[in-house]
Design a protein around this ligand. Structure first.
Ligand SMILES: C[S@@+](CC[C@H](N)C(=O)[O-])C[C@H]1O[C@@H](n2cnc3c(N)ncnc32)[C@H](O)[C@@H]1O
Length: 207
């Protein structure tokens, strides 16, 4: 079966037009996750939806090897320009994971899963968990229902709305996080304020 991601051209034109649209500083969630990964001696991290790599650098600077997945070719080109070519980035949709047979001891997925529909979200969690090595950690950041944009735009389905000229977003609360992540080794949910209120979701495999 071929999975067609919902908005490939949305992201391609966003990066073509706005280039490094979130600057070069890592998100707060990336800093917190880097601290966890360093503490747990994580060596190889997968970043689905890596964008142009602003959140990858902080891991690389800590000696962690990073592999990315990104749907926008332009974002990948920008990442290559700023962060070099030694970081493999698979070009494609996370809905087509896995892209390699590697096991990763860390996965960091920032502001991506809430863009997917219900079956794609389930598949992403399953695919990430499958690529996690035993005792590996995966961290997701997701938008919260506390965001002022919750309930705005066009209603798609429960807690999912279309806004910003074509992005569909699923807004999480603790209940929906437990429902989605309990089976994937969920052990901590914290709140973190980025450009919107987010949840930082930490899971561990096994052990
Ligand atoms: C909200 S942005 C976050 C980007 C990045 N993590 C950052 O903050 O620097 C979502 C990213 O996921 C990418 N993306 C969206 N849908 C995707 C999909 N189905 N598969 C892979 N990447 C996707 C977008 O192109 C974009 O780079």
């Amino acid at each position: 079966m071929i999975n067609e991601p919902e908005e490939p051209e949305f992201w391609e034109s966003a990066f073509t037009e706005k280039q490094e649209m979130w600057g070069f500083e890592p998100a707060k969630s990336a800093v917190l996750t880097k601290d966890l990964f360093v503490q747990k001696s994580v060596c190889h991290v997968l970043i689905p939806g890596i964008g142009y790599g602003r959140n990858a650098k902080i891991f690389k600077d800590s000696g962690i090897t990073v592999t990315g997945i990104e749907i926008s070719k332009t974002a990948i080109e920008i990442a290559r320009k700023h962060y070099g070519t030694d970081m493999p980035i698979h070009h494609g949709s996370v809905t087509d994971m896995p892209f390699d047979n590697n096991r990763y001891d860390g996965i960091f997925c920032y502001a991506l899963i809430h863009l997917l529909d219900s079956s794609e979200r389930e598949k992403l969690i399953r695919d990430c968990y499958n690529q996690l090595s035993e005792n590996g950690y995966m961290v997701f950041t997701v938008i919260s229902k506390e965001a002022h944009t919750y309930g705005q735009g066009k209603f798609i389905s429960e807690d999912r709305y279309e806004m910003f000229g074509g992005v569909k977003m699923f807004f999480y609360d603790r209940e929906s996080i437990h429902a989605a992540f309990d089976q994937a080794g969920l052990f901590e949910i914290t709140e973190v304020t980025e450009n919107y209120p987010f949840f930082l979701i930490k899971c561990r495999k096994g052990g």
